[in-house]
Ligand binder design. Structure first.
Ligand code: PMT
Length: 412
């Protein structure tokens, strides 16, 4: 590892990445609204798993939630023969447990520690924040028993998203309507400790390698896995941003709530990034763009030893510099973060790139055998006009939040 510059304490309070929220659905007509809650949570970058009571399945089928979440949907305590303690594994997996809608019956059970099905046993087994969004008939909601049980849950630290007033499915008018899905999701994100400081902001990220074809079977590329750029996209979505991820060919799944534009070559990446850049508040250029491409791409496989190919000599031309091109035209208030991938003199090279690429921040990192490319952790320098400092080795998820924290400071 190259010599490090001055070490400075950095904020480690970024929002944690890739949270899992377990959504419990109970037997209530408002169960259909849980589909919207699931969708909004996913849009916020959260992974969602669903557990239902038997009665809930009378209102919305598990297939609907399976299709929405791409996860198995748990109903019966003994449904999963591979997991004899399903309620405990579900509880452990969840960073938060939301029950929405929650009936008077289930409120009463969890308020009194009763656990006679998968949902209620999971609620008892969870140590993560529990959020309850009741929905029921107005008289049931106002009944002293229900109010007492809700009070008990409240005292125990359960977050209650109280029902709203309005027209109820039973025909009555009054309190008992499931709270608005957006308000329920806000409460969940708050319980997860997620800052929504990028709400209303547009963030564009380039990620992964580009590939530059020589012929239909060969190409020039590099070792970028896309992990860094995808982590930034995930973190930005979780913090409320509208995110566009321009991705070279990688084998990573699309992050929840992120618009992914898939490209192959540097020129395709430039075209896709140019489309989004004007509306972008923060641009993070994490892609390892091939600097050069073959001057010609053969339409047929080049055969060694034949007259049409000298495989020892491939003429290269320079690719456009996506970061430098777009950042040169950046408007006031736009923040641009670039990277510098170096084998030597990381800080000096990063400082040069800060100026030549018109960036507000350069994230310098040392690349090479087992470093930066494809790893889950990275150790980087932050280089800006004001200061240069190094960050300790950290996960790329954590680094993503550090980058966004710094970008938010530039936004002012
Ligand atoms: O994807 P991972 O496996 O997680 O690996 C992470 C990483 C090593 C790819 C990442 O940390 C990183 O360093 N990304 C930038 C890689 C790179 O191409 O660095 P560079 O020093 O060659 O380029 C400097 C900057 O200009 C980068 O922001 C790059 O995206 C941009 N660039 C470069 C060339 C080009 N033609 N167009 C560009 O936009």
């Amino acid at each position: 590892m190259a010599e490090k510059g001055r070490t400075q304490a950095v904020s480690m309070t970024g929002s944690a990445p890739c949270k899992t929220v377990l959504v419990g659905v109970t037997g209530c007509i408002a169960a259909y609204k849980t589909c919207e809650i699931v969708r909004l949570l996913q849009k916020a970058g959260v992974r969602v798993k669903v557990v239902m009571t038997e009665h809930a399945t009378e209102f919305v089928g598990p297939t609907t939630f399976r299709a929405l979440t791409h996860e198995t949907v748990a109903v019966g305590l003994f449904d999963d023969p591979s997991d004899p303690i399903h309620h405990v594994s579900l509880a452990q997996e969840a960073d938060a447990f939301l029950i929405a809608p929650c009936t008077a019956n289930v409120i009463a059970k969890i308020a009194n520690g009763l656990a006679d099905d998968l949902l209620t046993t999971t609620a008892l087994a969870t140590t993560s924040p529990l959020i309850v969004a009741p929905a029921m008939n107005v008289n049931m909601y106002e009944n002293g028993a229900t109010r007492y049980n809700i009070g008990k849950l409240h005292i125990r630290g359960v977050r209650i998203v109280e029902a709203g007033d309005g027209y109820l499915a039973c025909g009555d008018v009054g309190r008992g309507r499931l709270a608005e899905p957006a308000d329920i999701v806000s409460a969940v994100l708050e319980e997860l400790g997620v800052r929504r400081d990028l709400s209303g902001r547009h963030v564009m990220i380039t990620a992964g390698p580009t590939i530059e074809p020589i012929d239909p079977v060969r190409y020039i590329t590099n070792h970028s896995s896309g992990k860094t750029g995808y982590a930034v996209a995930r973190a930005a979505a979780l913090r409320g941003a509208d995110v566009t991820l321009v991705s070279g060919p990688v084998s990573l799944p699309a992050p929840e709530g992120v618009r992914v534009v898939r490209v192959r070559t540097a020129r395709e990446m430039l075209a896709a990034a140019s489309e989004s850049f004007a509306a972008t508040d923060i641009g993070v250029f994490a892609a390892a763009v091939a600097d050069m491409r073959p001057k010609e791409t053969a339409s047929r496989k080049l055969k060694k030893g034949t007259a049409d190919a000298d495989l020892g000599t491939i003429e290269l031309v320079e690719n456009p510099d996506i970061l430098a091109t777009l950042a040169a035209g950046k408007r006031d208030g736009q923040v641009v973060v670039g990277f510098a991938a170096e084998t030597d003199d990381v800080v000096a090279n990063a400082q040069k790139k800060l100026a030549t690429k018109h960036a507000d921040l350069i994230v310098g990192n040392e690349v090479g055998e087992g470093r930066a490319f494809g790893t889950d952790d990275n150790e980087v320098w932050f280089v800006s006009a004001e200061e240069t400092y190094d960050l300790p080795l950290m996960s790329k998820d954590r680094l993503a939040d550090e980058i966004l924290d710094r970008a938010v400071q530039f936004l002012g």
